[in-house]
Design a protein around this ligand. Structure first.
Ligand code: NDP
Length: 454
């Protein structure tokens, strides 16, 4: 086993040395998970629920430790990291109710009885990105385990520490060995083995659309089940009849949360032309007042980017001479810092307008009317998220139905809740996570006819 060093993105200092799992070790872990699944699926529903509740309690008891680990490993502000650890607990609690509710149907048929069962799939592979290591892990892990599957998770190479600790907490909570395993390592090694190993019956992947396409092709060879959560370039649509003060005050949080490294980032602000001047006048102080800096401090709102190479990618979208309307601040010195940046005016063909930047850069584009706003919002291969600001309820519903995207908020800047469905339209993904129907993605329906003939 080789090992590698993970860095603190706020200081560029080493945090820990982590084993890089090999292909052979991945195969061995999958074999262990396959054996463990036979017993796990047979654990009585109430007992499986109790174990998941104990797991949630164990996460809760170590929430501060997990948050501090995430601050060091990912550079997330500690307030955000605390929320993320709490999310793991809440998602486990929510799906702990599921084992006792995996209810089938009885269907009327002649000459007997027809019943359906929701059967677990077997071993589930989770491939997790670096932007939200804890929440995204839990979104796949909790419903998969609740449904009676075992889970092999591969965290992103740069951010494995919280996932590894959560794996230990599962054992401390009493989950049987090998029911939930975490394998740090490379996507090209561990991730590929999960995709190609025939005993892995489902992949849950969150990450780039490009890698998602490769994974989809790999899964096709075995008709392997697949959930994809991919990129986004979401619109924040502000109509002139909206509460412009609130729309402008919250717009920075809709895009610069997690330094813009958020698939749901509303990174294209579309403003009705008649309100543009007022909106920009209010947006400028809102952007300049974002507290960017030391992520260990409770009042910090934005931390660094994840790595030097990612910062270089983000910086390409703001070359010398770029139409920077205004910027926020960023610390000097060590750390992968990048200031919140607003680009305007920006043409529809510009890379900053079309590409997912995954950093704290937002474009502002004026529109004329409702039809124009919908056309611009849909002018992207992505469709993950978005917001609509208007005081006209009919318009809110019309535009929400017309924008081709999976998760929208009206007069609010956020739309992700663990008890509501989450997923993308178009090239933003396939399938839905979270909410009450997520169990469907981790079970197959079995249909059984039982004759009552003598
Ligand atoms: P990647 O798609 O490169 O990586 C995501 C995960 O997949 C990581 O665990 C990675 O491992 C793994 N992986 C990489 N290549 C393979 C492969 N060939 N087979 C199996 N697994 C693989 O995304 P990044 O993390 O680099 O993020 C870049 C882009 O991803 C962003 O710009 C954004 O578009 C998108 N993204 C979307 C997210 C969402 O929530 N929808 C979340 C995060 C990113 P490793 O770390 O070893 O490379």
């Amino acid at each position: 086993m080789t090992s590698y060093t993970v860095l603190n993105p706020a200081t560029e200092q080493p945090v820990s040395t982590v084993p890089g799992t090999s292909s052979e070790e991945t195969d061995a872990a999958i074999a262990r998970a396959e054996v463990a699944q036979r017993a796990w699926r047979s654990v009585a529903p109430g007992d499986r629920a109790s174990l998941l509740r104990a797991f949630a309690a164990q996460v809760d008891a170590h929430a501060e430790e997990l948050a501090r680990l995430e601050v060091e490993n990912s550079g997330h502000p500690v307030g955000a990291a605390r929320w993320e650890a709490g999310q793991v607990r809440d998602v486990l609690q929510y799906y702990a109710a599921a084992p006792e509710r995996l209810i089938g149907k009885q269907i009327p048929v002649a000459g007997g009885l027809n019943v359906t069962f929701a059967e677990p799939l077997g071993v589930v592979g989770l491939i997790v990105p670096w932007n939200f290591p804890m929440p995204i892990l839990s979104w796949g892990m909790a419903p998969a385990l609740a449904a009676g599957n075992t889970v092999v998770a591969k965290p992103a190479e740069m951010t494995p520490l919280t996932a590894m600790r959560i794996g230990e907490l599962a054992l401390e909570a009493g989950l049987p060995e090998h029911v939930f395993q975490v394998l740090p390592g490379k996507g090209s090694v561990v991730g590929q083995r999960l995709v190609h190993h025939p005993a892995v019956r489902k992949i849950v992947f969150t990450g780039s659309t490009e890698v998602g396409q490769q994974i989809m092709a790999g899964c096709a060879k075995q008709v392997k089940r697949l959930t994809l959560e991919l990129g986004g370039k979401s619109a924040n649509i502000v109509f002139a009849d909206a509460d412009i003060e609130r729309a402008a005050a919250t717009a920075p949080y809709a895009v610069f949360d997690n330094a813009g490294q958020d698939c749901c980032a509303r990174s294209r602000i579309l403003v009705q032309r008649s309100a543009l001047e007022k909106f920009m006048g209010l947006l400028e102080p809102a952007v300049k007042s974002i507290r960017v800096g030391d992520p260990t401090l409770a009042d910090t709102e934005m931390g660094p980017l994840i790595s030097a190479s990612h910062r270089a990618n983000v910086a390409k979208y703001v070359p010398d001479g770029a139409p920077v309307a205004f910027r926020g601040s960023a610390p000097a010195g060590p750390g992968y810092w990048f200031p919140p940046t607003v680009l305007a005016p920006i043409g529809s063909g510009a890379p900053a307008y079309t590409d997912e930047i995954f950093g704290p850069v937002v474009t502002v584009t004026p529109f004329e009317d409702e039809a124009d706003a919908i056309e611009i919002a849909n002018d992207t291969p992505y469709g993950l998220s978005g917001s609509i600001w208007t005081s006209n309820i009919g318009r809110a519903i019309r535009v929400a139905r017309a924008v081709e995207t999976g998760n929208l908020s009206v007069n609010s800047h956020s739309s992700v809740r663990y008890w509501t469905p989450f997923g993308g339209f178009k090239q933003s993904g396939l399938g839905r996570e979270l909410g009450p129907d997520a169990l469907d993605a981790f079970t197959e329906t079995k249909n059984v006819f039982i004759s009552t003939q003598e």
